[in-house]
Every structure is written in structure tokens, then in C-alpha cells.
Design a protein around this ligand. Structure first.
Ligand SMILES: Nc1ncnc2c1ncn2[C@@H]1O[C@H](COP(=O)(O)OP(=O)(O)O)[C@@H](O)[C@H]1O
Ligand code: SF4
Ligand SMILES: [Mg+2]
Length: 331
């Protein structure tokens, strides 16, 4: 991993304006992605992971959503200020995105080859024949058997795993600097999931593509990520390298997520799960948003908002328990 930052979310705020009030779905979120790095964004459903990734692509539905503050720096350019035209150029070229359900991004009316060739020709001025050859090559790279036949098939003829491979081929055909993957393996069975993660790791290593991996699954994080950002109710609550987060988590929420992971030699009869659910962003008006579910909460947690503190180089945590230990405020 290099020290060069390719993508930086700087105090990003994306809110939804609904009849029920303003929802701060992404609330002052700062994340750096370095060249060639795989950064995991984790948290339970409703924590703001997808809205964070859609914000980067400027694909948050507006209305009701809007980026109301902060910057998204892509190699020094602030995407928050970028025009629609500029964003269309960036999407799929410099920053690509894949989603949980590839059917939402693949057009059922066009063959796999047509769609892949369009992506390739948007990026490179190639003849139809050359683009078709490249499309078949890309299908082979992502491990699709019978690539020269599949190229003429339609999305509904492929399995979920195969469709996700096509999406990855499509995303990679433009050699993007950053790939944002939002729960790319959630709908797939475990074996296929492992193959897709291997494939993404390979593309990351061989092409140096930085990946922002959005997942609720710490198993996926352990498999592929270098660094992890834990989100809770629209805010970053802990951040660190993957080893630290998995082996020495500090935030009570991260600890809870880790405790909920199935163990190989499970002694407990039932799998642990954190009691309660993620509060809708903005619904906890005062204090730590995790307090109602936190085993370690004390009176201050219900009265003030904890700041993100630096515990040591590269490890940050938003919790009062560490303030007394001299953590340094990072904003
Ligand atoms: N279209 C929308 N309208 C209103 N609120 C929304 C919309 N999309 C998302 N939200 C709010 O943003 C929060 C975070 O959503 P999301 O980023 O999709 O969560 P995650 O991907 O972590 O499961 C949701 O809990 C919801 O309150
Ligand atoms: S600040 Fe308090 S409620 Fe929040 S995570 Fe820390 S101990 Fe728990
Ligand atoms: Mg999501």
C-alpha cells in the first residue's frame, strides 16, 4: 500500500429531507483510501454504509437526499462540486461501483458481450471486433468458463455468481483507480462468495485498484481488507488496521460485532447478537448513539456526544471509556 491518498471523504454529511424530519444518514464522516488499499466499511444494516458509497458516486436520490457538507476529494478534485457531466465521466471510468444484486445494473435486454463491449469502448477507442476479443478476455480473467459462448448470452441465463463476475469484469474493464463494492457477495453462497473475494483481491494486487468494500459481514473484512472503518448510525465509531479491529477492538459496538461472529469451536449454545437495533440516524438527540445498546454505558454517555479519539497511530475510537486514558481528539 502506498501513502498516496486516492479518495478522501472529508467531514462528509449527507442528509435526507423527509416528512418525518431531517435524517443525517452520513454525519461528519471522514475516510481516506490509499492507492492500492482495500478499506472495509462495516456496520449493521441502516448504519449509513450505502449512503456513504452512493454519495461518492453522487448517486444519492435527490430529493429526498442531499450532500449538505464536507468534501469528497478524488485525487485533489472535490467531487461534491463536480458537474453531472464530469461525474458521468468519472463513474465507470475512474471510480467504478458494483452492487449486491447485479441484475439491477445489468440490462436484461442486451447480451453480456454487448454490455461489456459498451463499457470497453467507452473507455478505449477500439473496433467492434477488438472490443469483443477484449470482452471475452475479461470474462476469462474473472473466471467465467466458456467465455466465447457466454459473451452472447443474456443476464437471466447466468447464475448470481456468474452475473457478479460479469459486473466485476465490467467494472475492471476500464481499469478504475477505485472500485466501490457494496455488499458484492451478500446474495451468494459461501463457496462462490470466497471465489469472488479471491478475484477482487487478485485484481487489487495485479492492477493496484483501491477498493472500498462495504459489508455487514466481518468474515468478508477478515478475508480481504487492509483497514476497517466501523460505522454506527451515520458516524464512524472506530477505525484501524484489520488486525487491530479483529483482534483488539476497543469500541463496545465493534466488540459486539466481533462477538456475534460464528466461531469454529462454538461453546455457547446460541450465537450472540447485540441487543436492540440501530437507531434511525438523528433519532438519538443527546449522547452516544450506541448508549441504549451498550453494556458499558454510564451517565455521561446519555448527556454528551463522544468525539473520535486517536488511541494510537492509525487507530481511532469514539467512546468516553478511552478519554480518561489520554486519547487525542481527532475531530
Ligand atoms: N431514500 C431514503 N429516504 C430516506 N431515508 C433514507 C433513504 N435511504 C437511506 N435512508 C436513511 O439512511 C440510513 C442509512 O441507510 P443505508 O446507507 O442504506 O444503510 P446501510 O447500507 O448501512 O444498511 C437509513 O437508516 C435511513 O434512515
Ligand atoms: S460512549 Fe458510552 S455508550 Fe457510547 S460506546 Fe462508549 S461506553 Fe458505550
Ligand atoms: Mg446498504
Amino acid at each position: 500500500m502506498s501513502s498516496e491518498v486516492v479518495l478522501e471523504l472529508d467531514r462528509l454529511r449527507t442528509h435526507f429531507f423527509t416528512d418525518a424530519g431531517e435524517i443525517p444518514a452520513v454525519d461528519d464522516v471522514s475516510i481516506k483510501v490509499h492507492k492500492g488499499e482495500v478499506v472495509g466499511i462495516v456496520g449493521e444494516s441502516g448504519c449509513g454504509k450505502s449512503v456513504t458509497s452512493l454519495s461518492v458516486m453522487k448517486l444519492v436520490p435527490n430529493p429526498p437526499g442531499k450532500i449538505v457538507g464536507g468534501r469528497i476529494l478524488f485525487k485533489d478534485e472535490d467531487l461534491v462540486k463536480a458537474t453531472h457531466r464530469r461525474m458521468r465521466k468519472i463513474r465507470g471510468n475512474e471510480i467504478a461501483m458494483i452492487f449486491q444484486e447485479p441484475m439491477t445494473s445489468l440490462n436484461p435486454l442486451f447480451s453480456i458481450g454487448d454490455q461489456l463491449m459498451e463499457a470497453i469502448r467507452n473507455h478505449n477507442k477500439l473496433s467492434k471486433k477488438k472490443a469483443r476479443e477484449k470482452a471475452i478476455d475479461m470474462l476469462k480473467v474473472v473466471g467465467i468458463p466458456r467465455a466465447d459462448e457466454i459473451v452472447d448470452e443474456y443476464p437471466h441465463q447466468l447464475s448470481g455468481g456468474m452475473r457478479q463476475r460479469v459486473m466485476i469484469a465490467m467494472a475492471m474493464s476500464c481499469d478504475p483507480e477505485v472500485l466501490i463494492a457494496d455488499e458484492p457477495t451478500t446474495a451468494l453462497d459461501v463457496t462462490i462468495q470466497a471465489q469472488i473475494l479471491d478475484l477482487m483481491r487478485k485484481l487489487n494486487k495485479e492492477h493496484g485498484t483501491a477498493i472500498m468494500m462495504i459489508t455487514h459481514d466481518l468474515g468478508v473484512v477478515a478475508e480481504i481488507c487492509d483497514r476497517v472503518v466501523v460505522m454506527y448510525s451515520g458516524k464512524v465509531v472506530e477505525e484501524g488496521d484489520v488486525r487491530t479491529i479483529l483482534k483488539q477492538p476497543q469500541h463496545p459496538y465493534t466488540k459486539g460485532l466481533i462477538r456475534s461472529l460464528p466461531k469454529i469451536h462454538q461453546k455457547e449454545e446460541r450465537l450472540y447478537s447485540i441487543p436492540g437495533t440501530v437507531p434511525k440516524p438523528g433519532s438519538v438527540k443527546l449522547g452516544c448513539r450506541f448508549a441504549p445498546r451498550c453494556d458499558s454505558s454510564f451517565s455521561r454517555c446519555y448527556e454528551e456526544d463522544p468525539e473520535l479519539l486517536s488511541l494510537r497511530e492509525g487507530h481511532q475510537c469514539r467512546c468516553f471509556l478511552y478519554e480518561e486514558e489520554g486519547g487525542e481528539n481527532v475531530g
